[in-house]
Design a protein around this ligand. Structure first.
Ligand code: SAH
Ligand code: SF4
Ligand code: F3S
Length: 466
């Protein structure tokens, strides 16, 4: 055995005396937290000999990590399950087994209803019980139809493996790290408080240990994740209660970690210490995703957002004083029940005055079990569609203006992966836009100085300087 193979982690080897390798195919829908969770579940399954495959037809276990945020997102899952049912049959005819699992927010919201609606499904597992996946999968393989959607008493993060070093390397130089999960805000349109449960913050030591592991494996940029990431709090080592600003400052001390980001923030939880981090921390990227949903106070109240449009704008002014170079991003919902033309105009005005560098906008989707679904005065689909089109036209103009204003600027660029053209690499600007530059493959992970030369529709182009 060469020294190199001796250093590899012991993984099961296919063969008579060993556990046969099994293949898992994971498909991820929804937000970044699902991306993070999918990786953690793959890491947990790897300990049982499951290797990842990109070919669903080869998979012994197919896991859909689902999203319930809008009706369309949830429906996608059922059409995918229809296709998988046929695949499972075809495999069974060849004498091969295929276990189908549903994880994520649809799993949590619908539970055993999924087993009724999609009989090919063997396993349903909610986000709070992912550490039980390997054991649940064994039961499913034994023929049981498994539903694991209770909120576990034990902390899943204590039981899920830390990111695997080799896999982290393969995943690249940027990584997500969930620090907070769940939501206590109960916006009246939103399913998240029901699918992800109450707000929970991971402890400082656990987060630092995971961040250090990531950095040892070559990660240079970490994005802290939470449904309300800026509600994160925990006991600092000196006994004082820490907020996200303190956590960012501590993470900023890790050698080799070059950049930090965090998402998603709620306007009510942007405290002074976090704003101060934007002023003083060079490693904290000047980008903030701060959803507002609507510019109408009446609608904001009906949505239970617990702030007014004026308060939101005043908050942005304060953050921009601390970090004048800040790019803002937001989320918007048009056609919330009772939204009038005037309410919508208020949203357009708010957008005009903020000037978002990037934004996500959606037609209101009525979600079963949320207070919004009970409201009378639902807005007709065609009205929603027209408003969405007007809003998106405005947001797209701002995004283009922002990109055009970047041309000529010099920035530090973290080179992340091969670009579309040979000889090019792509990275993200401090403001999260993809940037293409001529560079060598061996430079992935380097931070280089570039000048932005051109703005395309979805990315920027740059040349190396110095
Ligand atoms: N925690 C974040 C949002 C998470 S959900 C926050 O408070 O901003 C991501 C986005 O999906 C929301 O910001 C909202 O714009 C959108 N969304 C949530 N529920 C929706 C619904 N029922 N219909 C349409 N869009 C919705
Ligand atoms: Fe949903 Fe509101 Fe919680 Fe965001 S803050 S996850 S929109 S309930
Ligand atoms: Fe969707 Fe759940 Fe994320 S509903 S947006 S996957 S928290």
């Amino acid at each position: 055995m060469t020294q190199e193979t001796a250093l590899l982690p012991t993984s099961p080897v296919a063969g008579e005396d060993h556990v046969p390798l099994r293949k898992v195919f994971v498909k991820t829908y929804g937000c970044q937290m699902n991306v993070y969770d999918s990786d953690r579940m793959s890491d947990a399954l790897a300990r049982d000999g499951y290797v990842a495959t990109d070919a669903v037809e080869d998979a012994d276990f197919v896991l859909l990590n689902t999203c319930h945020i809008r009706e369309k997102a949830a429906e996608k899952v059922y059409s995918e399950l229809g296709r998988l049912r046929d695949l499972k049959k075809a495999r069974a005819n060849e004498g091969r087994e295929m276990v189908i699992g549903v994880a994520g927010c649809v799993a949590q919201a619908e539970g055993d209803e999924i087993l009724r609606r999609a009989p090919a499904v063997d396993l349903v597992i909610g986000p709070q019980t992912y550490h039980r996946l390997p054991e649940a999968l064994k039961r499913a393989r034994g023929g049981e139809r498994v539903v694991e959607t209770d909120y576990a008493i034990e902390d899943k993060f204590d039981h899920l493996p830390n990111p695997d070093r080799a896999k982290t390397r393969a995943r690249g130089v940027t990584a997500f790290l969930t620090v907070q999960e769940g939501c206590d805000k109960f916006c009246t349109f939103c399913v998240v408080p029901y699918t992800r449960g109450a707000e929970v913050s991971r402890p400082v030591a656990q987060i630092l240990a995971e961040a250090e592991k990531l950095v040892e494996a070559g990660v240079r940029e970490i994005t802290l994740l939470g449904q309300n990431v800026n509600a994160w709090h925990g006991a600092g080592p000196e006994g004082r209660d820490w907020g996200l600003g303190d956590l960012l400052r501590r993470l900023g001390e890790i050698d080799g970690l070059a950049r930090l980001r965090y998402t998603t923030s709620h306007p009510r939880d942007m405290d002074d210490s976090l704003i101060e981090a934007h002023r003083s921390m060079a490693k904290l990227m000047p980008y903030l995703h701060l959803p507002v949903q609507s510019g109408s106070d009446r609608i904001l109240k009906a949505m239970n957002r617990r702030h007014t449009a004026t308060e939101y704008l005043a908050l942005i002014d304060r953050i921009r004083v601390a970090q004048p170079d800040l790019a803002l991003s937001g989320d918007f919902i048009v056609g919330f029940p009772g939204e009038t033309e005037k309410d919508f105009e208020d949203t357009m005005r708010l957008v005009e005055s903020v000037g978002y560098a990037q934004a996500f906008s959606f037609k209101y989707s009525s979600r079963p079990g949320t207070p919004g679904a009970e409201l009378k005065d639902q807005v007709p689909e065609d009205v929603k569609a027209k408003r969405l089109e007007r809003l998106q036209t405005l947001l797209a103009r701002h995004q283009r203006d922002f990109a055009a204003a970047c041309v000529g600027r010099e920035i530090d660029l973290l080179l992340e992966k091969p670009g579309r053209l040979a000889g090019q690499l792509v990275g993200r600007s401090p403001w999260l836009q993809p940037v293409n530059v001529d560079a060598k493959q061996s430079q992935i992970g380097d931070i280089i100085r570039v000048r932005i030369t051109k703005a395309g529709p979805n990315s920027l182009f740059a040349e190396m300087i110095g």
